[in-house]
Design a protein around this ligand. Structure first.
Ligand code: AMP
Length: 348
């Protein structure tokens, strides 16, 4: 059987690493992105620049590919659904519709009897005033927020006047968890009850942006097992195909909560490129293109640091040790808070 051509919507670092993994499997990739400078064009076989609602560009993209996947969850559902009527989109668009909306996502998780943070849906300012119980909390837009964007910390009701909150948006108010640790589980689901699951990854955020990840996570066995089980339930319930990440909070009393689900490969899983026989990216390509499932084997313990903003210039000139692996995302413009690259170090 000839290999399919894989279409990837989104052209950032995740799209780049998917294209690199596909290339290793001799699968051609075409990236479709609304950023003319998208770094993934450096790694894909072809690049189509266009807005995600530009029908002519969507048609051009769809005609050239056999299977479509995506590197970020904020692509309009309508676009994915339209494409799916012509070429299979994996993970399927209905997954995206749930996960790109924080309220739908949290309701979905709770229905599975999996714990999330406490939350309330906010449509207008007056509703906030009756929710003292949820303070201190974080007000988060229900759509389009990531890396702390669209989030307002609220300690008490007086804060509401000084914060410039745009009440034309919808929000959820989330009670702050007294955090001990954050972990993530990356799982690739191939088919009914067929998975490859990586061990929990321990994550440290700075300014709500992921900074450090490492394996093994320093957590007890009960949390290790529970996080893996919950990620498996979520992937199975979604009938998911591809790589999925579940982000968790652990509080000071060792309670585990799901923070959010990313229906895609994830930044915390970059270390799987060097620490496992098959990376999260390769597993995603294998699952969506229906290639062979290979049992995961860990090669080494590892840690990863995200290189943010102008720190990249230091790393570009750094002499690397044998156990260090530097990835430069080749982004044209250096911006503060922008993820520019990462360094993985194998530690065992
Ligand atoms: P999010 O975009 O919702 O994943 O939030 C980004 C980061 O902000 C998380 O990884 C946490 O470090 C922090 N954060 C978000 N929500 C909460 C919460 N309810 N309690 C404590 N920390 C949070």
């Amino acid at each position: 059987m000839s290999k399919p051509i894989l279409g990837i919507i989104g052209g950032g670092q995740l799209g780049s690493m998917l294209a690199i993994a596909a290339n290793k499997l001799e699968i051609k990739t075409i990236v479709f992105c609304d950023d003319v400078d998208a770094p993934a064009q450096n790694f894909s076989n072809e690049f189509i620049y266009g807005q995600y609602n530009d029908q002519a560009k969507i048609n051009e993209f769809v005609n050239k590919v056999d299977i479509v996947t995506y590197e970020f969850e904020n692509i309009p559902y309508e676009t994915l659904d339209k494409i799916n009527k012509i070429k299979p989109v994996l993970p399927k668009p209905s997954v995206n519709r749930i996960i790109q909306h924080r309220l739908a996502e949290k309701d979905f998780i709770n229905k599975l009897n999996i714990r999330t943070t406490r939350y309330a849906y906010i449509e207008k300012k007056s509703e906030l005033e009756s929710l003292k119980d949820f303070l201190p909390g974080l007000l988060k837009t229900v759509t389009l927020g990531y890396d702390g964007k669209g989030q307002y910390p609220i300690k008490n009701l007086e804060d509401l006047d000084s914060l410039n909150i745009d009440y034309s948006n919808r929000y959820i108010l989330e009670k702050l968890v007294n955090l001990k640790k954050e972990i993530s589980i990356i799982i690739t689901r191939f088919n009914d009850k067929k998975y490859e699951i990586y061990e929990p990854i321990e994550n440290v955020h700075e300014d709500q942006i992921l900074k450090h990840s490492k394996i093994p996570a320093e957590i007890d066995n009960k949390i290790l097992e529970q996080s893996k089980l919950w990620a498996t339930y979520i992937a199975e319930e979604l009938k998911y195909v591809g790589t999925l990440c579940v982000e968790f909070f652990i509080d000071k009393n060792d309670n585990l909560y799901v923070n959010e689900i990313a229906p895609r490969v994830h930044n915390s899983g970059h270390l799987t490129i060097n620490a496992y026989n098959v990376s999260q990216f390769e597993n995603h390509v294998r699952a969506v293109c229906q290639l062979e499932q290979i049992s995961l084997k860990k090669i080494s313990d590892a840690k990863m640091v995200n290189i943010i903003g102008d720190q990249i210039t230091i790393y570009r000139n750094k002499k690397l040790k044998d156990n260090e692996f530097f990835f430069d995302y080749l982004k044209k413009e250096i911006k503060s808070k922008r993820k520019m690259g990462h360094l993985t170090t194998l530690t065992s």
